[in-house]
Design a protein around this ligand. Structure first.
Ligand SMILES: [Fe+2]
Length: 165
């Protein structure tokens, strides 16, 4: 449970016991779930880019896709660093949400962006959860950056949808 104790966060970081940092097996397991999330996001983004008509939207979504691809690579690097093996296509398929499937059945930029917003709500929620956990420091840093990215994506998509209305 994340409490709103912004000012004491720094102090809390200092009193974290070494033993509270999760072990490598837990790190790997949790990062593999995030890899699945990123695979799903990337497939959803690719489906959206194919269907969006507005070139500005398509360019921005392509830029965001690049950030998701970077997250994926960083997560895989961290899994390897912790002694694990990143999931391959067969492993992650079971985690796929319906994002790409839903996108295949809809048309119109507004509807596409609304489906993207649902997908982005999922990435925001799961990265928020991940940021509440005590990963090794170098991974926490990457997770914090990734959360910043997906928050930006969500805000941009929300405002783009409002503009269409
Ligand atoms: Fe995103």
């Amino acid at each position: 449970m994340k409490l709103t104790l912004e000012k004491s966060d720094e102090h809390m970081m200092q009193i974290i016991n070494e033993n509270d940092v999760m072990n490598s097996a837990d790190v790997i397991s949790k990062l593999r779930d995030l890899v699945a999330l990123e695979f799903n996001a990337i497939e959803t983004y690719e489906a959206a880019i194919e269907r969006l008509e507005d070139l500005d939207y398509r360019a921005k979504i392509t830029e965001f896709l690049g950030e998701h691809e970077r997250h994926l690579m960083e997560l895989c690097d961290a899994i390897i660093e912790e002694g694990g093996t990143p999931p391959d296509g067969g492993d992650y398929k079971q985690f796929l949400t319906k994002g790409p499937v839903v996108l295949a059945g809809i048309g119109g930029d507004k509807a596409i962006l609304q489906a993207m917003l649902l997908n982005e709500s999922l990435t925001n929620r799961l990265y928020e959860n991940a940021n509440d956990e005590i990963f090794p420091g170098y991974i926490q840093l990457k997770l914090k950056q990734a959360l910043g990215d997906v928050r930006h994506h969500r805000v941009w998509i929300e405002s783009a949808i409002e503009q269409i209305e």
